[in-house]
Design a protein around this ligand. Structure first.
Ligand code: SAH
Length: 342
């Protein structure tokens, strides 16, 4: 059996025409499944009987299995899903004044080994398939009976290490007869895999790019993020300039403030010098403590000083508020907990 949610519209059109059906049938089916949330082929009234039979014989339309749902006091909801092979993955739903956003996981575990991030404590077992990416969105929508308006690929895993599936996932959720999530409402976050940044710049669907920077010199970034040894800062900066030239979209740099590590005024100056002249803004993130690591959060006064220094130096910046930390759903805290017996 095939999984319906693995199919971009192009792939579905191709598959249907190869089997003697019409290309426009693909749009009809997409509308039923994604717009009307009808997951029973029998109920698709404008579909012919032979096509219904063909769909029933060939396609699965199941939700992901919800293993656990946890709700934070601030309304953030963390889902633990159990995949077909028993793997567990997490997605986080956040409510903002502008809509509902979901943080999607791209891999089972992560190999990037960032020194501060809980997701890397579990080594990568495999990439997520397209349907497993899509179904995180639709399963959360179905479970909570809501419409998701924003998607960030910032959960466990490195999306650019699962590039093709992430791009197809974007095609599915962005499609006009699909979930219709606008390209400007979709963000992919990478630790800085340079060749993929350039490839991403050339994708026809212009979604947002976030780069996890966290340090503005190579010596420190090598220690925090091993990927920096393969793609040092100078290469990332060049890729960002190229990205802007090709896509016309500004980049977001994410910068976790780590107490005594990267949060001094000198660090703010170094960061300003590094990204001067790039069309970008910096998202300053409060560190969410992870038991296994010794890093500490920068206190709010120091975080404000760091922020003010960036502004003084002419850098666009925001200081992100934290969500979901009481249920370990905040950035860098995603993983399933062994002590929960899972
Ligand atoms: N691999 C991708 C996406 C996952 S990380 C990437 O590196 O961008 C998503 C964001 O969470 C990144 O900016 C990451 O650096 C941040 N993050 C990781 N651990 C964190 C922690 N303990 N506290 C706060 N943010 C964290």
């Amino acid at each position: 059996m095939l999984n319906f949610y693995d199919f971009t519209i192009e792939r579905l059109q191709e598959y249907l025409t190869q089997n003697g059906f019409k290309s426009f049938n693909a749009d009809q089916i997409y509308k039923w499944v994604y717009e009307k949330k009808i997951i029973n082929f029998e109920m698709m009234t404008n579909i012919s009987k032979p096509l219904k039979e063909f769909l029933k014989e060939n396609f699965l339309l199941e939700d992901l299995e919800v293993h656990t749902v946890q709700e934070s006091s601030d309304g953030t909801v963390k889902f633990l899903f159990k995949l077909g092979d028993g793997s567990l993955i997490e997605s986080v739903l956040m409510t903002h004044d502008y809509g509902k956003s979901i943080c999607v996981t791209s891999q089972v575990g992560c190999n990037m080994g960032c020194a501060f991030c809980a997701s890397g404590l579990i080594k990568k077992a495999r990439d997520l398939k397209i349907h497993e990416l899509v179904r995180q969105v639709t399963s959360v929508e179905n479970h909570l009976k809501i419409k998701i308006t924003h998607v960030v690929v910032m959960g466990t895993g490195e999306p650019f290490d699962n590039y093709d599936n992430v791009i197809d996932f974007i095609k599915v959720i962005n499609y006009k007869n699909g979930l219709q999530i606008g390209s400007r409402h979709i963000t992919v976050s990478t630790c800085g895999i340079v060749p993929k940044i350039l490839e991403y710049a050339n994708e026809p669907i212009k979604t947002n790019l976030a780069i996890s920077l966290h340090a503005a010199n190579d010596e420190l970034r090598n220690r925090l993020m091993p990927i920096n040894r393969a793609f040092p800062l100078s290469e990332i900066i060049d890729a960002c300039k190229e990205y802007f030239k090709i896509s016309g979209r500004r980049v977001t740099f994410e910068y976790i403030l780590l107490h005594g590590v990267n949060d001094s005024i000198q660090h703010a100056n170094e960061l300003s010098d590094l990204i001067r002249g790039i069309n970008a803004y910096v998202n300053l993130i409060p560190y969410n403590p992870v038991n296994e690591f010794r890093f500490k959060k920068t206190d709010s006064q120091k975080a404000s000083d760091f922020y003010a220094q960036l502004i003084k130096r002419g850098i666009n910046a925001t200081l992100r508020r934290e969500q979901g930390s009481d249920i370990d759903a905040a950035c860098g805290q995603l993983r399933y907990k062994k002590e929960n017996g899972i």
